[in-house]
Ligand binder design. Structure first.
Ligand SMILES: [Zn+2]
Length: 200
């Protein structure tokens, strides 16, 4: 058995469960891991609520979103993951979620900055990607192809978190523990910042 590969898949299942329990991903969010031996592949669950994901649900994909030996329905927005791995060789883990607390910042473009000590990992700069800028106002705001994913990755640049206007956020990290921790504290930080702004 390939221990490193097995561990990556098991960690992916655990990350799904933690992020679901913490309310970061709802039925539509997803998390992934780059293949530990092949940087041109990644693992993500088949289309399934993260709280239900088990080892049997983990599928291998190419960076352009094609499943390897699996015909079960994929996540529509898997292109986010492939594009971020393609543009960021340093990244080992990706999350995309619709956590509501982050939405006001993407909609108003009020800077989402870390204001608590546990949220420092999100970084000083959190860019906002507006799908309308390049793809017009007739999209459903979702990332449904590689071109949109690559544009999102360009907006993320060297940062860890990118907000997606009217939709949610995507984030990257070099480890599962780092990604999961950051993703739990990102919506919490957004709520605290919003309350602080209300108090002036
Ligand atoms: Zn989405």
């Amino acid at each position: 058995m390939d221990k490193k590969l097995d561990q990556a898949k098991r960690d992916l299942v655990i990350a799904n469960r933690i992020l679901a329990m913490e309310g970061v991903v709802d039925a539509y969010g997803h998390v992934s891991v780059r293949h530990p031996h092949d940087p041109t592949r990644f693992f993500i669950a088949r289309s399934l609520s993260p709280e239900l994901v088990t080892l049997d649900d983990i599928v291998e994909y190419t960076l352009d979103g094609k499943a390897i030996d699996d015909t079960r329905p994929p996540y529509l927005e898997r292109f986010i993951h492939g594009a971020l791995y393609e543009k960021r060789p340093d990244v080992m883990n990706v999350i995309h979620a619709h956590a509501e607390a982050t939405l006001p910042f993407g909609i108003t473009k009020t800077p989402l900055r870390p204001v608590t000590h546990m949220a420092g990992a999100i970084g000083a700069t959190v860019p906002v990607w507006d799908i309308e800028d390049k793809f017009g106002d007739a999209t459903n705001l979702l990332v449904t192809n590689r071109e949109q994913g690559l544009d999102l990755a360009d907006c993320l640049g060297p940062n860890r978190v990118v907000l997606m206007r009217g939709h949610g956020f995507s984030a990257v990290h070099s480890s599962f523990i780092g990604l999961t921790t950051m993703s739990v504290y990102l919506p919490a930080n957004a709520r605290i910042l919003l309350e602080s702004l209300r108090l002036g």
